[in-house]
Design a protein around this ligand. Structure first.
Ligand SMILES: Nc1ncnc2c1ncn2[C@@H]1O[C@H](COP(=O)(O)OP(=O)(O)OP(=O)(O)O)[C@@H](O)[C@H]1O
Length: 596
């Protein structure tokens, strides 16, 4: 953007007033000329007789070019006037000029003009005093021009700043030292459902519920901290009739020379932040094979097989105990495959009731059942068209669906419920199980033909106890993953704690280790995570209560109760019923605590 230059025209009113003041005080006419030689103002009765621009060979041009000093120019004696092309029309007998300049650049001049002999004589006699006076006046015009220029710059900056603030996704409100609203951006208007007009001048406590508490918290931080308090990620509820709108906000005080002169509140809807956090976590959580942590030879070998398998289109059967990372491998296979741009659709065959699994997988036609969605439903296979479907817990798939899956693997077609026609879909299948499929086959619970169709590329994920070298690095990765969430950064494992971790059998594998680190981070009280900060089961059969007071965390209680119920009933359905939770919930919680 071109920066506006300093110009005398921008203070035209002041130019006129100053010219009149000088003329009145000195009794001599005054002309003020700008940088380009235009007479901006002439006092007295000659106003209309004098030409708009000075001639280029006049004494004024010399002053504007910085060639002449400020002595009186007497027309009768001046060489410049003798050669001036305007000489014959010129009515001026003498003049005294003072340049108006800023930072060495001449931006115009003030000229005292004698139109008669009396004025000329006074000019000659008092030139020293007059010169000082018009110099002062020139200085005044200079500072006025600078002031006008800064005002202009500030107004441009204000417009730019408002455009920036209106362009951000957050709501932004600035307040003065009393907490009254000065500015509110367009997004804040939208989020609060109120207009800027209605909000200007109002205290924030009229806009947000319980803002007084926030102000008090701020004061408390400020009184303990010379730099002044800041609030980060504070929950805010905006008053909106009976309803409230919820946000997370940051408040930054604006301070000048140690004094609060106001503050800036920025806020986003709570919902957005939650979604964003989830997305970031998901993104950060997985980028493919590179996210699979572990340096053991056996794991590296498995990754190598996985990478090679990813390039082909063959069906992969991932086998491994619960929590070994089967799902991770499945996702990594998809991301390393030519299908990576298409859908990856995971489905857990064990956590969906048998009656629903068929429609979940293969969908149904419009009007297939009386209480079904009238438009029909696309099954996971159709959603995964050209991509990958991950059939987790394949060992739990009921036999009738095993037939349908086999049909797909053999002919590439599926049959949605209620349809008489088969549909062709292009889907790569990755299946996983922590069960022993050979045993299931012996018990006739798993079809042999399906097994061989699935097991084209077998991938066995080794349990953690077979790759103890990975334990320390995995533990470290999980500590770093959770430390931000719990705001407990820089924690490390003591040598003793590492030893315990390495010796433990890890029946819940990596998931159990992950939970163990989350727990340890939670309970540890100093920078080092000691062996006492680890869960009791990891410490051994007869561990000491780390707190010594018999109090368990709610998570530990939950884990204990689930184990007790499972031990007692020997099946998940009955255990879930006894605990008063659904079957999907007990599966989720079993997964969480690494219970197999
Ligand atoms: N090598 C690894 N590096 C990093 N994280 C891992 C690794 N292996 C497993 N995990 C983590 O452990 C947890 C369990 O992994 P995942 O769900 O893939 O296991 P799973 O074998 O599919 O379990 P289940 O059989 O119970 O479904 C996840 O949070 C995953 O991020």
């Amino acid at each position: 953007m071109e920066e506006k230059k300093l110009k005398l025209q921008s203070i035209k009113d002041t130019v006129e007033q100053i010219a009149e003041v000088i003329a009145m005080v000195l009794g001599i006419e005054v002309s003020i000329i700008d940088q380009r030689g235009e007479r901006l103002y002439v006092t007295g009765s000659y106003k209309d007789t004098i030409e708009g621009y000075v001639s280029l060979d006049s004494v004024f041009s010399e002053v504007l070019e910085g060639k002449k000093d400020q002595a009186v120019t007497d027309k009768l004696q001046s060489m410049t006037c003798r050669d001036c092309s305007y000489r014959d029309q010129c009515l001026e007998l003498a003049n005294l000029c003072a340049p108006i300049s800023v930072d060495g650049e001449i931006l115009g001049l003030i000229s005292l003009i004698a139109f008669d002999d009396d004025q000329r004589q006074r000019l000659v006699d008092n030139q020293e005093a007059y010169r000082k006076f018009i110099d002062k006046m020139a200085n005044f015009l200079e500072s006025k021009m600078i002031e006008e220029h800064s005002k202009h710059q500030i107004s441009i900056q204000k417009v730019q700043l408002e455009a920036i603030l209106n362009g951000v996704d957050e709501g932004i409100i600035s307040v003065n030292a009393k907490g009254e609203i000065l500015f509110i951006n367009e997004n804040a208007e939208k989020l609060l459902g109120k207009s800027e007009k209605g909000l200007q001048g109002k205290p924030l406590s009229e806009v947000f519920r319980h803002f007084e508490r926030i102000e008090k918290a701020l004061k408390d931080i400020t009184s303990n901290n010379k730099k002044g308090g800041r609030l980060i990620s504070k929950p805010l509820a905006a008053k909106n009739g009976k309803d409230a709108r919820f946000f997370l906000g940051n408040y930054n005080p604006v301070r000048k020379e140690g004094t609060d002169i106001g503050g800036i509140l920025s806020f986003r809807p709570y919902k957005d932040i939650y979604q964003m956090a989830q997305e970031v976590h998901r993104e950060e959580a997985f980028v493919g094979f590179d996210s699979i942590v572990g340096e053991s030879k056996i794991l590296q070998e498995t990754i190598k097989i996985g990478k090679a398998a990813a390039k082909q289109n063959s069906t992969v059967l991932i086998q491994g105990e619960s929590g070994t990372g089967k799902e991770m491998f499945a996702k990594a296979l998809h991301l390393a495959s030519p299908r990576r741009e298409k859908n990856y659709i995971p489905i857990n065959c064990g956590s969906i009731p048998e009656t629903l699994l068929e429609s979940e997988l293969f969908g149904y036609e419009p009007g297939a059942f009386t209480d079904a969605n009238k438009k029909g439903k696309k099954g996971k296979f159709l959603l995964a068209h050209e991509g990958t479907i991950f059939l987790d817990e394949i060992g739990d798939m009921p036999l009738n669906l095993q037939v349908k899956l086999l049909r797909f693997l053999e002919d590439g077609v599926i049959e949605p419920l209620g349809s008489i026609k088969s549909k062709y879909v292009d889907v790569r299948v990755i299946a996983a199980t922590n069960q022993n499929l050979e045993e299931l086959m012996e018990q006739k619970l798993f079809r042999e033909d399906l097994f061989y169709r699935l097991n084209v590329v077998p991938l066995r994920i080794p349990p953690l106890r077979e790759r103890r070298e990975d334990i320390e690095i995995l533990a470290e990765v999980f500590l770093r993953r959770y430390e931000e969430r719990f705001e407990k950064e820089g924690k490390h494992l003591s040598l003793e704690a590492k030893k315990v971790l390495k010796e433990y059998s890890w029946p819940g594998n990596v998931r159990e280790l992950e939970n163990c680190m989350e727990y340890a981070l939670n309970v540890s009280k100093n920078r080092m995570i000691h062996k006492e900060d680890l869960q009791q089961r990891i410490l051994g059969d007869n561990p000491k209560d780390p707190e010594g007071d018999g109090i368990l965390s709610l998570d530990s209680m939950e884990e204990k109760m689930i184990k007790k119920a499972l031990g007692h009933y020997k099946n998940t359905k009955a255990a879930a019923e006894a605990l008063g939770i659904g079957q999907a919930t007990i599966y989720r919680k079993m997964k969480k605590y690494g219970i197999t």
